[in-house]
Design a protein around this ligand. Structure first.
Ligand code: 13P
Ligand code: SF4
Length: 370
């Protein structure tokens, strides 16, 4: 995680109302030079200032389209700002309001570990999979996939990207989220017995050469600390107490949860599904709490609750707040850039290959995997 220096003391004294007024004023003064992008897991007080909101795929595409703006302030997490930085032209500066807004899942695959795994799988086991990385990964991992004829995917297009990968070769290594990889491969008809989990803390990932050769999908042992809080017991409880309630989950949830759910897909898919449902439809939703609460308020005629009884909160998304947003805008108005996200040009060149292979293989609508 990157270090975010403390903000000047004056920001601590401001009320929410003062900060909101000031942000509006800075937005007005920067005009079309500034675009604010916001991920669906952001807090309401922050997302109200986003010019565009979206899931990871939509935001990546929107980032690529912002050729006229000078600054993109990305209200999301570090890997998203990195993708925007790589997909926009050199003249666009991408800013993350709080540098400590990382993603614990992205940190679960480090480049040295992935290179060791590749050496073991290719040299010792004698097979060459297509490397696919979820966009929730560092630019270096995306570059690794780009260099080795692989691609990125998001939870909106994982199915299409895996279909593409299996047309290239008969085996895939999926980084860093084992759950998205397992859920998507299973939805494509690959049985669990043909999937192996590579544990980077073990020599050879804890796998034998036979296990690697017998698998069609090698899953990296990574996970989202928010979505693993959803459990099959919660689904059973909904089925028992409210049989008409539909269960809709994000595919970062464990396979056992996705199996019990009625539908699974990205945040954009979740929003679209609820929006298009008939009034009166009851929903139990397995994803980050800010999105669930936003849907609950947006559709009062469709009873909505979190699948979990506990608050499943992404603490890193939560770090982006009014204070940090205002500070970055104040600095821009004063002619200074803070918290610029930069990617090494060679890493960027290779990572763009994997992002472009993804963007070439996706449909315009978010696809559910179930
Ligand atoms: P999507 O918004 O692409 O569904 O991803 C969810 C997520 O966990 C982002 O980190
Ligand atoms: Fe990362 Fe999970 Fe937070 Fe998404 S919800 S940013 S995967 S920790």
């Amino acid at each position: 995680m990157l270090f975010q220096p403390p903000l000047p003391l004056k920001y601590a004294a401001l009320t929410d109302e003062e900060m909101c007024d000031a942000i509006l004023e800075r937005k007005r003064s920067l005009g079309s030079r500034l675009v604010i992008l916001g991920h669906h897991y952001q807090k309401d007080d922050v997302i109200q200032f986003a010019d565009f909101t979206g899931d990871s795929l939509k935001l990546a595409k929107l980032g690529a389209l912002q050729t006229d703006a000078e600054f993109i302030v990305f209200c999301g997490v570090h890997f998203m700002a990195e993708s925007a930085e790589m997909l926009t032209g050199k003249d666009v500066t991408v800013i993350l309001p709080d540098l400590s807004a990382g993603c614990s899942m992205a940190d679960m695959a480090e480049i040295d570990q992935v290179e060791d795994a590749w050496e073991f799988i290719v040299d010792d086991c004698g097979v060459t999979p297509v490397p696919i990385t979820y966009v929730n990964s560092t630019a270096t991992i995306k570059a690794f996939c780009g260099e080795h004829d692989g691609a990125c995917c998001t939870s909106s297009n994982a199915r299409e990207v895996l279909e593409w990968a299996f047309k290239q070769r008969d085996r895939v290594i999926f980084l860093p989220d084992q759950h998205l990889g397992r859920n998507t491969a299973y939805a494509l008809g690959i049985p669990l017995e043909q999937m192996a989990v590579y544990d980077p803390s073990q020599p050879g990932g804890g796998l034998t050469s036979e296990q690697v050769r017998d698998s069609r999908v090698i899953l990296w042992q990574g996970h989202c600390s928010v979505h693993v809080l959803f459990t099959p017991a919660q689904c059973e409880e909904i089925r028992r107490t409210d049989p008409d309630c539909k269960i809709l989950v994000h595919p970062e949830c464990p396979w056992e949860v996705v199996q019990q759910a009625d539908m699974a897909g990205s945040t954009e898919f979740i929003i679209k599904t609820v929006r298009e449902s008939s009034p009166g439809t009851r929903w139990a939703i397995g994803t980050e709490i800010h999105l669930v609460n936003r849907l609950l308020h947006a559709y009062p005629d469709r009873p909505i609750r979190s699948l979990a009884g506990i608050q499943c909160l992404c603490t890193t998304m939560y770090r982006i707040d009014l204070r940090h947003l205002l500070w970055t805008l104040d600095e821009l108005v004063a002619g200074r850039v803070v918290n610029q996200i930069k990617v090494d040009p060679e890493v960027s060149r290779l990572a763009i290959l994997s992002l472009e292979r993804m963007l070439a293989n996706v449909s315009p609508q978010p696809m559910g995997i179930k």
